[in-house]
Design a protein around this ligand. Structure first.
Ligand code: PCA
Length: 208
């Protein structure tokens, strides 16, 4: 006892769209099994791929762990890099039903909330560190309009309205990288987010 443990909460999603697994959860669980940076503890929580309950489960986990940092992970089919997300928009518009059969369209995540939130994590430094570790990464400027964006927006709304000291963001993972490499990259991202207050002063477009 005697020194303060910082908690890091990593979330991944359950399978969706008829798939039998979801790499975002495999990566979250693998990251929580690795040795955490000094003075920190990493916990992984699996979120339902359901508009109606995903944010309830996220909020309960934030209350339970009282983390300093929350990184939510989701699977992005079609992408080939780890993509930290910059922008969460106040829009649910589902191309396929969620796991409870809901398929909202043209609906705000939070009625009356701002059109968008920006993640203020050091995403450029994180992309540079992941790239240096040999893991393909780039910043994304759309998290889509399905449950991932919903969770990202809800997380940023929670930070904006209730938890100003919490740091948090969303990262999409691609389906084509082995879980070990994803975890290597995400460990870099977590380390940078814990250690870095000021992001790299360069345009995202110049990182590669
Ligand atoms: N990906 C989906 C939802 C759950 C997941 O892993 C998305 O990108 O919205």
């Amino acid at each position: 006892m005697g020194f303060l443990m910082r908690h890091v909460l990593i979330t991944g999603f359950e399978p969706f769209g008829g798939a039998s697994d979801n790499l975002s959860w495999d990566a979250a669980a693998a990251l929580a099994r690795r040795p955490a940076p000094d003075g920190t503890r990493i916990s992984a929580v699996r979120l339902p791929c359901v508009f109606d309950t995903s944010l309830t489960v996220l909020r309960a986990a934030v209350t339970e762990y009282d983390p300093a940092l929350v990184i939510c992970l989701g699977l992005a089919n079609g992408r080939t890099e780890i993509t930290p997300e910059r922008v969460a928009i106040n829009l649910d518009d589902a191309r396929i039903p969620d796991n409870a059969g809901a398929q909202p369209f043209d609906r705000p995540v939070i009625p009356g909330g701002p059109a968008a939130y920006l993640a203020d994590l050091p995403l450029k430094a994180a992309v540079a560190a992941m790239t240096a570790a040999g893991v393909p990464a780039s910043i994304s400027y759309t998290a889509g309009t399905f449950v991932c964006n919903h969770v990202f927006y809800g997380l940023r709304h929670l930070i904006a309205t209730e938890r100003p000291d919490l740091r948090g963001g969303f990262v999409h993972v691609p389906p084509n990288l082995p879980v070990e490499r994803l975890t290597d990259g995400l460990a870099e991202l977590v380390r940078i987010c814990l250690d870095t207050d000021t992001d790299l002063a360069v345009s995202a477009g110049t990182l590669h």
